[in-house]
Design a protein around this ligand. Structure first.
Ligand code: FES
Ligand code: FES
Length: 151
């Protein structure tokens, strides 16, 4: 039995320690906002925060987490940076099919929290690992800049 700290609450889960965190979030805890894309840490759809850092949950064995704080898309709006990013996403109508967007928002939020006024190079570096098959990259960039300009 493992105890996980997810979205500010403690959860007891009876799973193998090598099970990827993404499986635990979706199939055990019912937090289906985090998506499965490639399963090999290449697309970013499964991005969550672990102690505020964006990580690929599809390749993160749950037994390595210890008591570190996991935050998913379901709770990111409760953080100041997450709330600003989500507002900007709506204002700029970023989403197309939506499948990649949980991961995009998690990466963008981590960027904004660490770098309040990101330039294009900062955005490129932070978002390079998040693939969008719908090609929403231009709107993502606009929304990140708008969020950064929001007090
Ligand atoms: S599903 Fe994890 S990076 Fe693609
Ligand atoms: S919005 Fe469709 S994959 Fe990104």
């Amino acid at each position: 039995m493992l105890e996980l700290n997810v979205n500010g609450a403690a959860h007891q889960v009876d799973v193998p320690t090598d099970m990827p965190l993404l499986w635990v979030l979706r199939d055990v805890l019912g937090l289906t906002g985090t998506k499965f894309g490639c399963g090999i840490a290449q697309c970013g759809a499964c991005t969550v925060h672990v102690d505020g850092a964006p990580l690929r949950s599809c390749q993160l064995p749950v037994g390595t987490l210890g008591n570190r704080a996991v935050t998913t898309i379901e709770a990111i709006g409760a953080t100041p940076a997450g709330a600003r990013i989500q507002r900007a996403w709506l204002d700029h109508e970023v989403v197309q099919c939506g499948y990649c967007q949980s991961g995009q928002i998690m990466s963008a939020t981590a960027l904004l929290a660490a770098t309040p006024a990101p330039d294009d190079a900062d955005i490129d570096a932070a978002m390079a690992g998040n693939i969008c098959r719908c090609g929403t990259y231009v709107r993502i960039r606009e929304a990140i800049k708008a969020a950064a300009a929001t007090p």
